[in-house]
Design a protein around this ligand. Structure first.
Ligand SMILES: *[C@@H]1O[C@H](CO)[C@@H](O)[C@H](O)[C@H]1NC(C)=O
Ligand SMILES: *[C@@H]1O[C@H](CO)[C@@H](O)[C@H](O)[C@H]1NC(C)=O
Ligand SMILES: *[C@@H]1O[C@H](CO)[C@@H](O)[C@H](O)[C@H]1NC(C)=O
Ligand SMILES: *[C@@H]1O[C@H](CO)[C@@H](O)[C@H](O)[C@H]1NC(C)=O
Length: 236
């Protein structure tokens, strides 16, 4: 591990200091200070992609960083600590081998998974072994899968029947919109959407409602349309 150019004691001192500072700080549970900030770049990250937890306004004369999963400085959820002088990363119990800590404190997470969603806390340790803490949030979204449309009835009678179209999807945390003949469905008084837009009720159906209906599901990182469902309208 040790390279001949860097004597062992030069590396050990800051590293032990970091550990000590981290264990002392476990009992503080300070709220995040105003000046340090953490943000996810991009703000909404896609599963499988990389995402940076960017830290700004760090104090000067830093010795190192300790990153934690969660909202507090808890050594059981320590991702890794980083000694700035040595540019060394020391993995903790929450390390997944996908993390990189940069000398400026930011954390890069590769191949993000849904489980990475949550809070992250950074402890920045100053030269005098006092710490500053900041907590931020990461939100990972899955690419949505293709939804499907189910109808109460594919063939309805004009001015008599109603039809209920349902958008079938197994994805969660999504928004839904409806398309008619490849356009955003124009709203009519005879139409009612459920609160989450997953069902569209047309009551009564008119001849002009005949045609292809699609639902589109989307989240901040992706969208997908169903195949068109063809509604036939006959006059009574
Ligand atoms: C820290 O360094 C990384 C990698 O060079 C960079 O992407 C990021 O923007 C930097 N963060 C700040 C706050 O400068
Ligand atoms: C579908 O609509 C047709 C025409 O109005 C009606 O005869 C039939 O009973 C309906 N089927 C269902 C399953 O509601
Ligand atoms: C939802 O999941 C079930 C069970 O895995 C599957 O049968 C169904 O086709 C899925 N529906 C959609 C719209 O993906
Ligand atoms: C429902 O659809 C409308 C119109 O297409 C849209 O403005 C609204 O954001 C959607 N709401 C949800 C919860 O998807």
């Amino acid at each position: 591990m040790e390279s001949p150019s860097a004597p062992a004691h030069r590396r050990c001192v800051p590293w032990q200091g970091l550990l000590l500072a981290a264990s002392l700080l476990t009992f503080w549970s300070l709220p995040s200070t105003a000046q340090l900030t953490m943000e996810s770049v991009p703000p909404n990250a896609a599963e499988g992609k990389e995402v940076l937890l960017r830290v700004d306004n760090l104090p000067g004369f830093l010795g190192g960083y300790v990153w934690f999963k969660g909202q507090s400085v808890d050594s059981n959820h320590q991702i890794a600590s980083y000694v700035i002088d040595a540019q060394e990363i020391h993995p903790g119990p929450a390390y997944s081998q996908r993390e990189t800590i940069y000398p400026n404190g930011s954390l890069l997470l590769k191949k993000a998974t849904l489980k990475d969603t949550g809070y992250y806390t950074l402890l920045a340790i100053k030269g005098n072994f006092q710490g500053e803490i900041v907590t931020g949030q990461l939100r990972i979204y899955q690419s949505v899968r293709k939804p499907a449309v189910r109808a109460s009835n594919a063939t309805v009678t004009e001015n008599k029947d109603a039809v209920v179209l349902t958008c079938l999807t197994n994805d969660t945390d999504i928004s839904i919109r409806w398309l008619f003949k490849n356009q955003i469905l124009p709203h009519k008084d005879r139409m009612k959407l459920s609160r989450d837009n997953s069902t569209l009720t047309i009551d009564p159906v008119r001849r002009e409602d005949a045609g292809g209906y699609q639902c589109e599901v989307f989240n901040p990182v992706s969208s997908s349309k169903s195949d068109p469902f063809k509604l036939n309208v006959y006059n009574g």
